[in-house]
Design a protein around this ligand. Structure first.
Ligand code: RB5
Length: 165
């Protein structure tokens, strides 16, 4: 798979580990920087770059790393078509794929240890989207990318009387 990867200085060491891990697993990695932990940079540049690479097809999915994964994920999510999920472990990474069809995974070097981060990466890149009721919700999110200003109402959901999850 072609994977775009980006970080700020606070995520550089974990990004380096992830790039090596993905390449060793046979993925084609597009490393969009930053190139050192020694120079402070601003995470919006790198989050947006990863999101743009996924949205325009240069990459199928993306990985973002900053101190917490939060700021860089917010920036990636500003790109239409991007569903960037901050994850902390393999459980949240798995659910981000199964339920949210996330196309960008975000990790925090200051909040998730390297072994757990690699477990999360492996889960993210081996888990399929479940579709079904989750597809309807993804379609609702996608409508915002097309300019919708109001959400669909849950009361319009024909399945709403059934147990939900
Ligand atoms: C940089 O100090 C830090 O704020 C950044 O990496 C990230 O954690 C922001 O969300």
């Amino acid at each position: 798979m072609r994977i775009a990867v980006g970080s700020d200085h606070a995520g550089y060491a974990l990004k380096t580990l992830i790039v090596e891990h993905l390449a060793a697993a046979g993925h084609e990695v597009l490393d969009l920087g930053t190139d050192t932990a020694e120079v402070s940079v601003d995470y919006p540049e790198f989050g947006h770059a990863v999101g743009a690479a996924v949205a325009d097809g240069r990459a199928e999915r993306g990985v973002c790393v900053c101190g917490t994964g939060i700021g860089i994920g917010i920036a990636a999510n500003k790109v239409p078509g991007i569903r960037a999920a901050v994850v902390h472990d393999s459980t949240t990474a798995t659910l981000a794929r199964r339920h949210n069809d996330a196309n960008v995974v975000c990790l925090g070097e200051r909040t998730t240890g390297p072994a757990e981060a690699i477990d999360a990466i492996d889960a993210f890149f081996t888990t399929e989207f479940e579709g079904g009721r989750h597809q309807r919700r993804i379609d609702q999110i996608s409508r915002f990318d097309s300019g919708a200003t109001e959400a669909s109402l849950s009361s319009d959901n024909p399945e709403r009387q059934q147990p939900t999850s």
